[in-house]
Structure formats: C-alpha cells, structure tokens
Design a binder for this molecule. Structure first.
Ligand code: ZN
Length: 136
C-alpha cells in the first residue's frame, strides 16, 4: 500500500491545469501545509475531466491523484458516494471489504487512521471535491 502511495505521488499524471474548467475549488490543510486546487470539467452530471495543482506532502498528493483517477467519468452522485465511502473508511465506520473495493487504489489509505496527524492530509482532496460539487 505504501508503494501505491509513492507511485501516485511520483507519477503526477493528474497534476496539471486544464483549459476552461467548470469548477475550481481550493483546499488547505493548515496542520501540514498542504494546498491543492482541484479543477473539474462537467458534461451535465458527468465529471468529464479532473486535475489538480498544488503543493503538499506525499499523502495529500497521492490521495488527490487516486481520487481523480476514481471520479473521472462518474456522475456527481457516484462521486459523492465515493467521497462518503472514503471518509467512512478513514473514520473506521465502513470496513466491509466489498464496499471498500470501489475505492480502488485509494483503499491504500485504510490504515491512515492509525496515524492521526496524517488523516487531514488524506481527506483534504475528498472534502475539497465535496465542496466543489456542492456549488452546483
Ligand atoms: Zn500533509
């Protein structure tokens, strides 16, 4: 799992700006210094494209990248459902493996709750996405 986090942190394939995003939402985690700017392009209810820029620790950057892989092509309701599943996993409210499978790579953060200082890093982008989608 740590391997997955390092790979996503290094690859940076979702780290870019896009032309004419429909929504730009910024997220900040003062306890670590993570800053992200999430950009979304929508086609009706579908998240057609997503990308981010910003600075932060490996955990926040990898979590954002995994989330973007996951939500591309999903509709808003599915994306919000994934946010709730991810946050439920972090809070240890959801532990059913079948349900967590839909998080794909992001399941790598399952044990982050054992490192309380890093929880805010892991959930930053997911909260930011929720804020972004609430604008519509
Ligand atoms: Zn951080």
């Amino acid at each position: 799992y740590t391997q997955l986090i390092m790979e996503h942190n290094r690859s940076g394939h979702n780290k870019k700006t896009m032309e004419g995003p429909d929504i730009i939402e910024k997220g900040h985690n003062p306890s670590c210094g993570d800053d992200i700017s999430l950009e979304l392009k929508l086609d009706g209810d579908i998240i057609k494209d997503a990308a981010f820029t910003g600075v932060g620790c490996a955990i926040s950057q990898a979590s954002t990248s995994m989330m973007i892989d996951l939500i591309k092509g999903k509709d808003i309701q599915e994306a919000l459902d994934l946010v709730n599943t991810f946050i439920g996993m972090i809070k240890k409210e959801i532990s059913d493996e079948k349900e967590l499978e839909k998080l794909e790579d992001a399941i790598a953060f399952k044990n982050i709750s054992n490192m309380p200082a890093r929880v805010k890093c892991a959930v930053l982008s997911w909260h930011t996405l929720k804020e972004a989608l609430a604008q519509r």
